[in-house]
Design a protein around this ligand. Structure first.
Ligand code: ZN
Length: 199
């Protein structure tokens, strides 16, 4: 079984929210930290998540002092001009075809594919389809997030684990997950500099 050590999930929804969620920010941060992940971004379509991120960080700080929690804005996150992230590009909005994704990737955009879009309620892409999309836009321009938090989906970290394990069974090399689940996220979060020394 593949592990999630060092992974980031840049797209998680948490309670409280106008929709039922699988847990609050503290619950989800704890689950992800327990799974070995390095950090999460809590997103909302309705409000700033700064205070959610703050409380989540407090909840895990003692047990997982290095675990990072960020707040995200739901603007199809643009982090500087060259760091545009296009969220679930295959979905009805924006519904990009593969050549368009490749073109945008070449222009420097990141395609954010989301694990929940391979699961029953939000299904929009097959494992094979995702594999082909990653190969086409290249892992260097791909990030895998969960977009999780809904009660009918697995917990966000488990949604990611299901998808990476499935991609791996279909032939995607395990090293690729370093790129699409860790390295690209660190660039987007400006964590690309080497981790600060522990002492
Ligand atoms: Zn979302």
């Amino acid at each position: 079984m593949l592990r999630l050590d060092g992974f980031y999930d840049l797209h998680i929804h948490s309670a409280p929210a106008p929709f039922v969620r699988i847990g609050d920010s503290a619950d989800i941060a704890r689950w992800c930290a327990e799974a070995g992940m390095a950090g999460i971004v809590i997103k909302s379509h309705f409000e700033s998540t700064v205070s959610k991120a703050y409380h989540a960080r407090l909840a895990v700080r003692e047990a997982y002092p290095d675990f990072k929690v960020f707040s995200g804005i739901a603007l199809n996150r643009g982090v500087g001009a060259k760091r545009i992230v296009i969220t679930h590009p295959e979905l009805a909005a924006p519904k990009l075809d593969l050549p368009t994704m490749v073109e945008l990737a070449k222009a420097g955009c990141f395609m954010e594919f989301c694990a929940v879009n391979l699961l029953p309620m939000f299904y929009s892409i097959s494992v094979q389809g995702l594999l082909e999309a990653i190969e086409a836009v290249t892992p260097e321009r791909t990030i895998l997030s969960s977009d999780g938090g809904q009660p009918f989906n697995p917990r966000p970290h488990e949604a990611i684990r299901i998808v990476i394990q499935s991609l791996h069974e279909k032939g995607l090399a395990a090293e690729t997950f370093r790129t699409i689940c860790i390295e690209n996220q660190k660039k987007l979060l400006d964590l690309s500099a080497a981790a600060p020394p522990l002492e």
